[in-house]
Design a protein around this ligand. Structure first.
Ligand SMILES: O=P(O)(O)OC[C@H]1O[C@H](O)[C@H](O)[C@@H](O)[C@@H]1O
Length: 541
């Protein structure tokens, strides 16, 4: 690996790979060379700092890092999440070919299918009105109470699939800040609302606290006996759900081999299924399955997640770029960057290798973003002219869902393409000055103002294009990013599937609660924490 990385660094210098603009000028076939496809999904990475030498070395890197072998081990149910002694099988949840997937000598597919059937039956009942609230009214609103992976996936996907909504309205409460649930409940009537308590562990303090507030909302309005009609739960901890008092016919399970940030395909997808219906939900699973099959079968040079992971690794480790921007040109994908933050940073924000040694180089970059065109009018300035190079990942559908607003969709496409072109081409000082002079500026003004109007160019971007954001296309896009994170994690030589880094803060918060409540002294805490507690206690009304 180290030798190949060194060769990559040398080849960047010796082949001038980062001069993307010149590469386009000298090779009209560049787009054809550096694009890959899966059905209608096109990945254009020609605007990255790559050439045949770089791509060849990246393929060698995939081989040396054993990516294909580890991929096969994941799909086969090996316990690759060794720090938690767990298999990693979110792919089994969307295994539409239904081939057996073995964990500890047992095929998990019958259980997967049984939960999917139970979810479908429940959703059909709620959507048709056969399953009603305690007063006999139809459920019009569903509130998912969850956080992290039990919120971001369903919230992101439900918003993305808005054109397919024909079920109850969906709301998402995640934050322990009482403002979140209070503002949500204000809009709702208990007798027509169903709450889904979604928590893999069923111990997460934010979720349990919000669930109790929701329970009080229902019992205050309709009486304690109504609670059962207005709650469902999704969890791996069925004993804890029973203790909370949710009827077992309304509990949808999943398994410890589904990571929270990979759980949208499981019963955690219940709010999405309620909104778009079981058939569209299955199409969503099928899209992910198509990508899984592609990941397992396509040769590296045409394998989208392999390429995306290899280029991501190249950007981070070889070129040293610290972040990447996720920029969907799709308003309904506005939560996709937030979703990817958990997927990517919780998976690959690690400092210890699988051999339990400190990593030698960088691991996961900061992933961030907002939908275009909004970002253009906010932070793109830094992407174009700032001192860090930030690889951008654009995504755009050829078609929107508003035929009467086709002109707006064309404007959206033009903006998306213009950004990647501008990032790559930039504007030289001579061009900037000539432009100023053409507008009537004198030479001294052109000299003074010109440098401010220079764009360095050669800034990398990847663009994804697909026909339309259908359930299939969304499932495929999420799975693509999941496997990209996998490929990068293998190359970083880390375990992408645990998240010990979130634990310390949780432990300290538990210890600090009695201090903040004024029941215990802050002695023993550092002076900053003690000082902050003191300030807050004095200001407490
Ligand atoms: O689903 P839960 O068990 O409530 O967990 C919710 C979230 O909280 C944890 O702190 C983890 O960092 C996340 O990976 C997880 O998705």
């Amino acid at each position: 690996m180290d030798t190949i990385i060194a060769k990559l660094k040398d080849s960047v210098a010796s082949t001038g790979a980062t001069d993307i603009r010149s590469a386009f000028a000298s090779d009209s076939g560049r787009f054809a060379k550096f694009t890959a496809r899966l059905d209608d999904l096109l990945m254009d990475y020609s605007k990255c700092a790559v050439n045949e030498t770089v791509m060849g070395l990246l393929s060698e890197l995939a081989e040396a890092g054993g990516v294909a072998k580890k991929r096969d081990a994941m799909f086969a149910g090996d316990k690759i999440n060794f720090t938690e002694d767990r298999a990693v099988l979110h792919t089994a949840l969307r295994n539409r070919s239904n081939t057996p997937v073995m964990v500890d000598g047992r095929d998990v597919m019958p259980d997967v299918n049984a939960v999917l059937d139970a979810m479908s039956e429940f959703c059909n009942g709620v959507r048709s009105g056969a399953i009603k609230g305690a007063t006999g009214k139809k459920i019009t609103d569903v509130v998912n109470i969850g956080i992290g992976g039990s919120d971001l996936g369903p919230a992101m996907a439900t918003l993305a699939m808005a054109p397919y909504h024909d079920g109850p309205r969906a709301h998402f409460v995640s934050n322990v800040d009482g403002a979140h649930i209070a503002d949500t409940l204000k809009l709702l009537s208990a007798d027509t609302t169903l709450f889904i308590v979604a928590s893999k562990t069923f111990t997460t303090i934010e979720t349990m606290t919000n669930a109790r507030a929701a329970r009080k909302f229902v019992s205050d309005a309709l009486g304690e006996e109504a609670v059962g009609h207005h709650f469902a739960a999704v969890s791996t901890a069925l004993d804890k759900v029973a203790a909370f008092g949710i009827d077992e016919t309304r509990v949808f399970g999943f398994w410890d081999w589904v990571g929270g940030r990979y759980s949208i395909w499981s019963a955690i997808g219940l709010p999405l299924m309620l909104a778009i219906g079981p058939e569209h939900f299955v199409e969503f699973l099928e899209g992910a399955h198509a990508l899984d099959t592609h990941f397992r079968e396509a040769p590296v040079e045409n394998n989208l997640p392999m390429l995306l992971g290899l280029i991501g690794y190249y950007h981070r480790v070889v070129l040293g770029y610290p972040t990447r921007a996720i920029l969907p040109y799709d308003q309904r994908m506005s939560r996709f960057p937030a979703y990817l933050q958990q997927l990517d940073m919780e998976s690959n924000g690690k400092s210890v290798t699988i051999d339990s040694k400190p990593v030698k180089g960088p691991t996961g970059p900061v992933a961030w973003g907002e939908p275009g065109t909004n970002g253009q009018h906010a932070f793109y300035q830094l992407i174009h002219q700032g001192t860090d190079i930030i690889p951008a990942e654009f995504m755009i559908a050829a078609n929107g869902f508003e035929p009467d607003l086709r002109n707006q969709h064309d404007l959206l496409i033009a903006n998306c393409l213009a950004q990647s072109e501008a990032l790559m081409k930039g504007r030289t000082l001579d061009e900037a000055k000539a432009q100023l002079t053409a507008k009537g500026a004198d030479a001294a003004t052109a000299d003074r103002i010109g440098p401010h109007r220079v764009f360095a160019g050669n800034r990398p971007s990847i663009t994804f294009v697909y026909d339309k954001l259908t359930p299939h296309a969304l499932g495929r896009m999420i799975a693509l990013y999941e496997h990209r994170v996998f490929v990068e994690g293998v190359l970083f030589n880390i375990n992408s599937f645990d998240q010990w880094g979130v634990e310390l803060g949780k432990e300290l918060a538990t210890g600090l609660l009695p201090v903040v409540e004024g029941k215990e002294s802050a002695a023993g805490h550092d002076s900053s924490t003690a000082g902050l507690v003191d300030t807050l206690l004095k200001a407490k009304a």
